[in-house]
Write a protein of this length. Structure first.
Length: 227
C-alpha cells in the first residue's frame, strides 16, 4: 500500500493543487428513490474503488450510483461485487462463481480493476490478459460491460505507462464495451476529495465520480435493456 500511496502522491503532485470542494448538490444518498422490484441489475465487479474502502455503508460507488440512477428516473439495482485488494488475476478466479451466484442475470456490468496490479508492479501483459479473459466471460454470457479505466503513476516510468495505459481503450474496442477512460479523474489532484492515503476517494469524492459517470452508465443500461 505504501508503494501505491507514493505513486498516487506523485500523480497528485503532477496535477492541480489542492482545492476546496464545491458545495455538493443534493447527494445521491439523500435523493434516493424507491427501487422497483423488477429493476434491472448492474453488477459492479472490481476492487477497493468499488468495494468502498474505509467508507461507511452506503457511501461507496455502487450504492451512490444506484441512488443517483433511481433519483434520475433510471430504475436500477447496483450489486457491489468489489473486493479490496483484488488483482485482475484474483478477480478472474472469482468471476465465474460470482456470476453463477447472482439471483438475477445482470443487465450490465461495470468492471474496475488494475490498480492493484500496478501497486504490485505486475507485468502489464498479465493485466491485459486477465482483463481480456474477464471481458470474454461477460461476452459469453451476453452481459454488456462498461470498463472503468486506470492509469499508471508517473514514477513507474514511461515504459510501464506505455504498456499499461492503453489496456483499457484497446480492450474496450476489442470487446465493444463502454469506457470511462480514468475512473479517478474527477478527484485526482484534489486532496479534499481523497482519503489520507491519497489513493481512494472519500464520500465527497465518490459523489464526484458518480456525477461524472452516471449518465454514461444510464445510457449503457438503456441500450442493454433495449436489445
Amino acid at each position: 500500500m505504501r508503494r501505491f500511496a507514493l505513486a498516487a502522491t506523485l500523480v497528485l503532485a503532477a496535477c492541480s493543487p489542492e482545492k476546496t470542494p464545491e458545495p455538493a448538490a443534493t447527494s445521491a444518498a439523500q435523493a434516493s428513490a424507491p427501487i422497483p422490484a423488477d429493476a434491472p441489475v448492474i453488477l459492479a465487479f472490481g476492487d477497493s474503488l468499488y468495494a468502498g474502502y474505509k467508507l461507511n455503508p452506503g457511501e461507496g460507488y455502487p450504492p451512490r450510483l444506484e441512488a443517483a440512477l433511481n433519483a434520475g428516473g433510471i430504475p436500477a439495482k447496483v450489486v457491489n461485487a468489489g473486493v479490496s485488494g483484488d488483482t485482475t488475476a484474483a478477480a478472474l478466479q472469482r468471476l465465474q462463481f460470482t456470476l453463477d451466484n447472482q439471483p438475477v442475470k445482470p443487465a450490465l456490468a461495470l468492471v474496475g480493476l488494475g490498480g492493484n496490479d500496478m501497486l504490485r508492479g505486475l507485468p502489464p501483459a498479465e493485466t491485459r490478459a486477465n482483463l481480456d479473459a474477464i471481458l470474454t466471460e461477460f461476452d459469453k454470457r451476453g452481459i454488456p460491460v462498461v470498463l472503468t479505466g486506470m492509469l499508471a503513476a508517473p514514477n513507474l516510468g514511461a515504459d510501464y505507462q506505455e504498456q499499461f495505459n492503453p489496456i483499457w481503450p484497446e480492450l474496450a474496442k476489442k470487446h465493444k464495451a463502454g469506457l470511462v477512460p480514468f475512473f479517478l479523474a474527477p478527484v485526482l489532484g484534489n486532496k479534499a476529495l481523497m482519503l489520507e492515503d491519497n489513493v481512494h476517494p472519500n464520500a465527497q469524492g465518490v459523489d464526484k465520480i458518480v456525477a461524472a459517470t452516471k449518465d454514461q452508465v444510464a445510457k449503457a443500461l438503456k441500450t442493454a435493456i433495449a436489445k
